[in-house]
Design a protein around this ligand. Structure first.
Ligand code: FRU
Length: 440
């Protein structure tokens, strides 16, 4: 028995990846998160303050392109298509989240975008508002439109008090509908809107429910931002999202702290246990992406960071990059980091022992002098990174509200290193292939 168990532990130590259904979740540890720092390779250039509003009547934030099933950029009769969260500018910048819908944009050259309005009947859509998602065009020409159905954050006065303090109640579920798509000289049209259906809800075991959160929670809970992803190495399909740890949601495990030596001297500050972000995953079981099998999270940051938002994946050969956006204010006590795109790299399979890229974990960070200039970075399979202009400071140090597409960045991914190699135009999306290839 001794021999058998030592053999098992040897083989586990030697392999860094697991089957997707295995109960292994990588951790972002406090020790690793202490290394978060701005570097030249990962700090975004300062955005010019004379930016244009892509859609002057609406605030525009989280953005994602229409992708084919294999991840490449969809091309519909020469048009590229993007979706973004929108809210009328009659709402304040800060109220926009509470009235968010998903708008459609199209462009022939990938730089000059036309705002085409909200493509669905929002009386039929689920949730009081619709938060971020992803969109996939299948081989039969159906658009699969994934989004977050979120309840009214202002209901009953919006905020509520639990024993941990004030929290924001907003229940989120993963939802979808479908459309047919066509294009002509007047632009792109989504028609034949399908039923709206709930795909997944938090299970209370791997993923925190709103009831668990109300009993014991922090800031806001998350079960949102469904991202459709086909693994180019296995052909399997997944939905990946931002979650919160469930049953063990306030358990800081040794691996959330660091290695043995670090743990001997590190004291975890009070309340760090309430910062319990994770990245959820479910396996897609059918071609229409309606049946999903919930799996244990890919990564968790209990005791480290509360929000791992809009997670998505870039694959290069056998190397997997798990990418997520996070905020300065969601780091647990005793830790700090900028609003940025964070990345974790692992080898061999999608479920792997992810480690922060670049040693710091940062892929794109806002510059120190403009800490909130952009947000919600999303990397295409070829490393083009889109985002929106958030709250840049003007020359007088006053906060301005953006609400439009930020300049696209091109990021290179090499082993455990990444680097911003180019700044492109605002909202620019060049055609990209499925497996990290750039297309012309
Ligand atoms: C990121 C985000 C998403 C969410 C949306 C709500 O910017 O917090 O996680 O879907 O914004 O507005």
């Amino acid at each position: 028995a001794i021999l058998a168990s030592s053999l098992t532990s040897v083989s586990v130590a030697a392999s860094s990846n697991w089957g997707i259904e295995d109960d292994y979740t990588a951790s972002w540890s406090r020790q690793q998160a202490e290394k978060v720092a701005l570097t030249e390779e990962t700090t975004a250039p300062i955005i010019d303050m004379d930016f244009e509003d892509v859609a002057p009547d609406v605030w525009v934030w989280d953005t994602w392109p229409l992708q084919n099933r294999d991840g490449s950029l969809a091309n519909v009769k020469g048009y590229r298509i993007a979706f973004a969260l929108v809210a009328p500018r009659t709402y304040t910048w800060h109220d926009r989240h509470t009235e968010a819908r998903i708008g459609m944009f199209y462009s022939k050259n990938g730089k000059d975008w036309t705002y085409a309005g909200i493509p669905y009947d929002y009386d039929n859509a689920l949730g009081h508002m619709q938060w971020a998602g992803s969109a996939m065009l299948d081989e039969k020409g159906k658009v699969h439109f994934f989004y977050t159905a979120t309840t009214d954050m202002n209901a009953n006065g919006g905020k509520e008090f639990n024993k941990d303090g004030w929290v924001q109640r907003a229940e989120q579920r993963l939802a979808k509908t479908t459309f047919d798509i066509s294009a002509d000289k007047n632009g792109v049209h989504l028609t034949n809107e399908g039923d709206h259906q709930i795909l997944l809800e938090a299970d209370g075991h791997h993923y925190e429910t709103i009831e668990q959160f109300q009993e014991h929670g922090n800031i806001i809970t998350g079960f949102r931002d469904p991202f459709f992803f086909k693994d180019p190495n296995t052909g399997e399909e997944y939905i990946i999202w931002e979650g919160q740890a469930g049953t063990n949601r306030n358990d800081i495990k040794p691996e959330n702290i660091g290695d043995k030596e670090y743990r001997e001297t590190h004291t975890v500050p009070d309340r760090a246990e309430f910062y319990n972000g994770n990245i959820g995953i479910a396996k897609v079981l059918d071609n229409d992406v309606t049946e999903l099998e919930l799996l244990p999270p890919l990564l968790e940051s209990v005791g480290v960071n509360h929000q791992l938002e809009r997670p998505h994946v870039v694959v290069k050969g056998d190397t997997y990059y798990l990418l997520t956006i996070s905020h300065e204010f969601t780091f647990a006590p005793g830790l700090s980091g900028p609003d940025g795109l964070y990345g974790f790299v692992g080898e061999g399979s999608l479920r792997t022992d992810y480690k922060p890229v670049n040693g710091t974990g940062l892929v794109v960070a806002n510059p120190a002098e403009k800490p909130f200039q952009a947000y919600s970075w999303w990397a295409a399979p070829d490393g083009q990174v889109i985002s929106f202009i958030n709250e840049p400071l003007d020359e007088n140090g006053q906060v301005q509200f953006g609400g439009t597409f930020a300049p696209t960045l091109k990021v290179s991914f090499n082993g455990d290193k990444t680097k911003i190699v180019k700044e492109m135009e605002a909202g620019e999306i060049k055609p990209f292939g499925p497996y990290g290839r750039s297309l012309r």
